[in-house]
Ligand binder design. Sequence first.
Ligand SMILES: Cc1cc2nc3c(=O)[nH]c(=O)nc-3n(C[C@H](O)[C@H](O)[C@H](O)COP(=O)(O)OP(=O)(O)OC[C@H]3O[C@@H](n4cnc5c(N)ncnc54)[C@H](O)[C@@H]3O)c2cc1C
Ligand code: SF4
Ligand code: SF4
Length: 1005
Amino acid sequence: MLFHRDRGNRELATRLRDEVEGEVLFDAASRGRYSTDASIYQVEPVGVLVPRSFDDVRAALVIARAMGVPILARGAGSSQCGQTVGAALVIDYSKHLNGIVAIDHDAMTATVEPGLVLDALNAALKPYGLWFPVDVSTSAQATLGGMAGNNSCGSRSIAYGNMVHNVVAIDALLADGTEARFARLDDMDVESARVAELVIRLHSLGMRNRDEIEKNVPSVMRRVGGYNIDIFNPRSERPYTADGNVNLAHLLVGSEGTLALTRALTVKLSPLPRHRTLGVVNFPTLHRAMQAAQHLVRLGPSAVELVDRTMIDLARGNPAFRPVIDAALVGEPEAILLVEFSSEAQEDALRGLRDLVALMGDLGLPGSVAEMVDTAKQKALWDVRKAGLNIMMSMKGDGKPVSFIEDCAVPLEHLADYVERLTGVFAKHGTRGTWYAHASVGTLHVRPILDMRRDGAGKMRAIAEEASAMVREYKGAYSGEHGDGLVRSEWVAWQFGPRLTRAFEEIKALFDPAGLLNPGKIVRPSRMDDTSLFRYPPEYAIRPLAPALDWSAWDVHHDPAANTFTAPGTGGDPARGFGKAVEMCNNNGHCRKFDAGTMCPSFRVTRDEQHLTRGRANTLRLALSGQLGADALASDDVRAAMDLCVSCKGCRRECPTGVDMAKMKIEFLAQWQRTHAMPFATKAIANLPRWAPWASRFSALFNLRNRLPSLARASERWFGLSAQRSLPAWRRDTFLGKDRAGKSPIAPDAQEVVLFVDTFSNYFEPENARAALVVLEAAGYRVSVARATSNDAEPKRPLCCGRTYLAAGLVDEARNEARRVVAALAPAAARGATIVGLEPSCLLSLRDEFLVLGLGDEAKQLAERALLIEEFLVRERRAGRLKLALSPLPEKRALVHGHCHQKAFDAFGAVREALALIPGLQVDVVETSCCGMAGSFGFEAAHYDVSQRMAELSLLPAVRAADAETIIVADGTSCRHQIADGTRSTGTREAIHCARVLEKALRPS
Ligand SMILES: Cc1cc2nc3c(=O)[nH]c(=O)nc-3n(C[C@H](O)[C@H](O)[C@H](O)COP(=O)(O)OP(=O)(O)OC[C@H]3O[C@@H](n4cnc5c(N)ncnc54)[C@H](O)[C@@H]3O)c2cc1C
Ligand code: SF4
Ligand code: SF4
């Protein structure tokens, strides 16, 4: 039946809404957010269903089948080949269908729902000493259903195999509504005639094609293209089953959602290795590294992973990675191989390392191995390797590393030749690639840099043709890891020949005769270079825009061959760099993580694509390029996507490509204000620095709001501030009212420090500023307090960084505040003084937003000299200059929560280090994302619930669990407020600023 698009869409949405419990998303922005994965493609889905239970999936299938609408299952959407995009009803399993059904320790299996993320499974298995060892780089976001769909492989596949080697059974729903458990043939329930017939016909098809399988399926372990028809005549170097029995679940593995919808997977678990050692072999050339791989695998390692010179350099350019990678280098290698040994007994892992050292001596490279026995050091280096692709993707400009031959697998003896010849091919096409990853199994990742809006499509085909010819010559596999999708399904016939291609068609027809499931993947493909499927087709264009902030740093051209960039502002972006900044998101989905780090707090609580950094970047990109209609940037759709962004700047640091959504939110709000009237309440909060002096003077009156419930209710009605919240209490005794700077005796040659006291510290917690002053003076610095210049239009009004204006998108007003600060502090910065502040979100705006407000070189100079008090003290200590006499405190433990902006600017370590200066104080850190308060966000009634949920993720439980003898430390004003508010019902805990802890520990002189 033909599906008439618009009418059909509406009818489909209506029927779904009537019959399923889950969310039904058919609006343009939601469809846009689901139209991409980590590939170069973009195809708008018909609509999206986020099912609450598998019953929803069953119901959706019935409706879609009746209406002839294709269905596309989706996990994290991190596929690189376009497997997860298509004109279909997308079913997003990741939000609700993500449970662990059972763990069987004796059988060493786990049964899970398909939306479960690998890291979540492994966290649950750890206490049992078990793990699921297909350790993909995307382990923090990849779902087990998606991993099975793509037959994913991890770094340790040489020891554990791919998904196909580790899946025991799949419970699946077929397109006609049949449900069956696919497993070993002798375990399959064939009561149903449909299932019996399917099994018989598949078996007969397999048997008929045994000779062709022998001839045309490459005999390498890393082969994930086509369907796994070789279960009927195994060609993998590693057996699929221990006893050679055929397991039909293995046919579903790697089928990219084209054969069935997974309800549950039973997977094989492995004992968590008790001991691991790592030897990093340093090579003078990439060629020698590749030649060595075939010898290294004979030592029985659990991984052999390549990192080439470009990647080494890129990693060294990242402050977090530099010390880690430096520890692994011997001299200046052109490539390193990470060779890991895992075992039950420590001696075996150590022996592996010794054998490696001896082997490298035999191979003519004595002294080339950096040995790592310490687990923490190993993990740090693996994290750098796992970040490899993401490090590479942080390249600015229109040319990007493109994935299409990035996982060809060739037998190890040909690896060196293959790398050399392909490098020549890249050079011929005016580009280059960076090499890394799985040397152990001949699957090296490489992405040539191409500009898909211009000549990229043609070059892509030319390079693919030359690479494929080499793969054929070496009897390798064209897809050794990432599957077929839109980029490689066209190559299935090339790889497997006409007879197996027909067999694949037959398999598809046996499972899904109507072609409902993920059409166009593996069989009946489109062309890889069909530009109508590209995310950046030739007609793609950003609409002209005059941004409020300066985005010119992103507006550059990149020459891949020379690896040079043009000057800022010359990239030709009609949105003056804002467009290119938004396009930095390549959809890799790294922001979907739940474990360490900050990014992305709103997604962590809602699990909605819309509330994810990726979802926001996609929404902005679609709006800026006119794909959500005219003038969509200032639309409700974009506003809804930005609404729960708490501007924590987590993505600024943790997004591998540096998508800085907090800054983008300011830009969006500024654009929004141009066409929308600002609500009175927003304006009032933004203007706080202006009316704060009055509120302070009449603090008793203003503070009544916290005591009288009727006033709290009124503040919710008039200002949208939640009545359930207390508000920060105004103080009459402000710091700037009577600071006593310069009262302590100071040495004549003392270093100059200017204390920048922000609006919040001044009016709400002046004791923090006083503590900072006391500590700095006790340490012997010449401290002055920052004040507006006499030329300032309002010389008496305290300086302010403009944070409240930025949060409202009032960029001009924020610029005015910033100008006052620059005018007041630039002279001190120019003569070498350090500007020291207390409140992370205020002080760090001098190093961040001030630089995109068009304030010139003085702002840059100021940024270089602006430090948080802990950063300053730690810098001084490291330089051997700090003279701070501290005594033990009665409390023996400090529990510290880091402000998101501290983490984003790598400034949080300094808090721990500064507190550790106090003798006998144990400093523990709460592993938290955003506290949920985030300026005024958590005070707003509309955000109260989300704010609480963010705090309850880990911060508040940790604070509640701390004993009364523990000092709770939080440097952020709003973090402290959240902690006090959130513990009120269980016994209020007051957190204090680090400066006050240090002040308490000052030894009386
Ligand atoms: C930076 C980066 C690094 C990567 N590193 C690796 C790596 O080390 N190793 C590796 O193998 N891959 C890697 N990948 C590719 C990708 O992350 C993996 O393939 C991952 O396992 C996909 O998981 P997902 O949840 O995102 O699946 P999705 O992309 O959402 O889906 C993958 C396929 O499975 C199908 N599918 C999903 N759920 C179901 C279901 N319930 N029923 C039926 N079909 C379903 C989908 O239709 C699709 O065809 C990487 C990708 C990126 C961006
Ligand atoms: S926002 Fe960053 S982390 Fe998230 S998908 Fe985009 S590039 Fe990846
Ligand atoms: S600033 Fe924070 S909340 Fe906003 S997108 Fe980035 S990580 Fe998420």
